[in-house]
Design a protein around this ligand. Structure first.
Ligand code: BTN
Length: 256
């Protein structure tokens, strides 16, 4: 099914809704590799994914028809590969902009790809870049947001949804449109070179920023304080042994 909704300049003008697909990111990636001419801002949305993918080869499981699972095509050829983390900042902020309307200051960005409300994960994103030379030719922005699901596997203690927190059902299409508009606004900030503003705002909205908390580092649970995110996207943490930078697999947040 394909329908067209008028919102901002381009993100979400073309929304392709699929009943069932392995993964919207994979679908979009394969379409691009076959030179399918999707316009920038096209959204591929699935009612059900049977092989949803998350960060670090995790799977993304979402009850059919209950949540948002979609991918947006962007063509950020104005960005060098070395700057790719700014796109992560812009999209994280866009999701946070929308979540703040529902959850206020409880909505946080958890480095590097999660959307949190309080201490619970409500959404995640998987950005996959297609690179040409030193530039980003395409970026596939995959987003999973838990909306109306209330039951989750028992091992996922820190997962939540709009409905679990606010005790009401929400219209998926309306939230999708809000997200498209927010991504477009943040993307335009990025395009106009407002990197410093995005960096500052990202840190302001960052989960556990400037607080001493427990982290697993080098296999040991120890205190740490997040004091920044490097331009390349590394988490900068003050530890008792000094300041260090971490990639996604090198540090674990310890939940209380
Ligand atoms: C994470 O938290 O690990 C990222 C989850 C990203 C899930 C979304 S759902 C839509 C898109 N298609 C996928 O296969 N993954 C992303």
């Amino acid at each position: 099914m394909q329908n067209n909704i008028f919102l901002g300049l381009f993100v979400g003008h073309n929304i392709v809704t699929l009943k069932k697909v392995d993964s919207t990111n994979t679908y979009l990636k394969q379409a691009l590799s076959k030179s399918k001419p999707f316009a920038e801002g096209t959204v591929i949305m699935a009612e059900e994914q049977y092989q949803g993918r998350g960060q670090t080869s995790n799977t993304w499981i979402s009850q059919a028809g209950k949540n948002l699972t979609f991918s947006i095509l962007l063509n950020p050829s104005f960005l060098d590969v070395s700057k790719q983390f700014v796109l992560n900042r812009a999209v994280s902020l866009a999701l946070n902009d929308v979540l703040r309307k529902y959850f206020g200051d409880e909505a946080k960005i958890k480095w590097p790809n999660d959307s949190y409300v309080g201490n619970q994960k409500i959404g995640g994103m998987l950005i996959e870049n297609i690179i040409q030379g030193i530039q980003l030719k395409h970026a596939i922005i995959g987003i999973g947001l838990n909306v109306n699901q209330i039951e989750f596997p028992s091992e996922l203690k820190h997962i939540s949804s709009f409905k679990k927190i606010l005790h009401a059902d929400y219209d998926l299409q309306s939230i999708l449109i809000e997200i498209c508009a927010a991504i477009e606004a943040r993307y335009l900030q990025l395009k106009s070179g407002k990197f410093d503003l995005l960096d500052t705002e990202y840190f302001e909205k960052l989960y556990q920023a400037n607080e001493w908390k427990s982290y697993k580092i080098d296999g040991i649970i120890q205190p740490g304080k997040i004091y920044g995110i490097s331009a390349e996207g590394y988490l900068q943490v003050e530890t008792k042994a000094g300041s260090r930078s971490f990639g996604i697999k090198e540090i674990e947040f310890i939940k209380s």
